[in-house]
Design a protein around this ligand. Structure first.
Ligand SMILES: Nc1ncnc2c1ncn2[C@@H]1O[C@H](COP(=O)(O)OP(=O)(O)O)[C@@H](O)[C@H]1O
Ligand SMILES: [Mg+2]
Length: 238
């Protein structure tokens, strides 16, 4: 459903990605892990055609990422979701839905269902300026789901949330799993990734260090965090 084939990305003298390939099967929850600056967001930007690879190609459901039809089946939650502060979460979703061509009663029903899914029924009518980071992320996730995407791409969705918020966000994503959505998640919260994702790739300085089923990455007695440190090394110590 999602594929990168031998992608290189250079920004002038900086090589952000080098020969990166991976495949995500339909319905799979896939984590892209790696230290800051590893190239995770660059992978996402290529899949969304916000930037083009220097070499190689990216594919969504067999369609090149450079084709607008590929973008039309993707829902995307950016790294730092922002909402207009004087708009409520609900009115933001209504506008986004209208931009996506949803109208009338169907639109109201979809928005109500998504607001319930992300646990914002009580708060969706408050203005977004009063929202915590976690609430912004929840409305952002609802917005990403508006077009019933087959592929969901989340860039560090829980960075900056408190532990309860992190767990609740993961539980929302578990509910989406039932719909056979394919997900690419990039996150540092490895304990949550381990519970949620079935496969992962670790990027370091633009190279894929390892990619496998999460169950295969993690050795007996290890957590995913241990496996991450074993593969990437401890900064300063290597
Ligand atoms: N627009 C850009 N111009 C120049 N360098 C960039 C640009 N975007 C990202 N980079 C560089 O590419 C590398 C990977 O960045 P990024 O994909 O944002 O990493 P991550 O999301 O894993 O933290 C970094 O060295 C970063 O500085
Ligand atoms: Mg990033």
């Amino acid at each position: 459903m999602v594929e990168l084939r031998a992608v290189d990305k250079r920004y002038g003298a900086v090589t952000a990605l080098r020969n990166v390939s991976f495949t995500i099967e339909e319905g799979e929850f896939f984590a892209l892990l790696g230290p800051n600056g590893a190239g995770k967001t660059t992978v996402i930007r290529i899949l969304l055609d916000f930037t083009r690879p220097t070499a190689g190609s990216a594919w969504i459901n067999g369609i090149p990422s450079t084709d607008a039809r590929a973008r039309s089946i993707i829902g995307y939650l950016p790294e730092n979701m922002q909402l207009p502060p004087y708009q409520s979460g609900r009115s933001f979703l209504k506008r986004q839905a209208a931009l996506g061509g949803l109208t009338g009663r169907g639109r109201e029903r979809t928005i109500d269902r998504l607001i319930d899914l992300v646990g914002m029924r009580e708060k969706a009518r408050r203005r977004a300026g009063t929202y915590s980071k976690g609430m912004l992320q929840r409305i952002g996730l609802a917005a990403a789901l508006l077009g019933s995407p087959r592929v969901l791409i989340l860039d560090e969705p829980t960075t900056g949330l408190d532990p309860v918020g992190i767990r609740e966000f993961r539980q929302i994503l578990e509910r989406i799993k039932l719909d056979r959505v394919t997900m690419l998640l990039n996150s540092h919260i490895l304990s949550e990734v381990e519970k949620l994702c079935s496969a992962a790739a670790i990027l370091d300085k633009g190279n894929i260090v390892v990619k496998d089923a999460v169950a295969a990455l993690v050795r007996e007695g290890e957590t995913l965090e241990d496996a991450f440190v074993r593969n990437v090394g401890v900064r300063g110590a290597v």
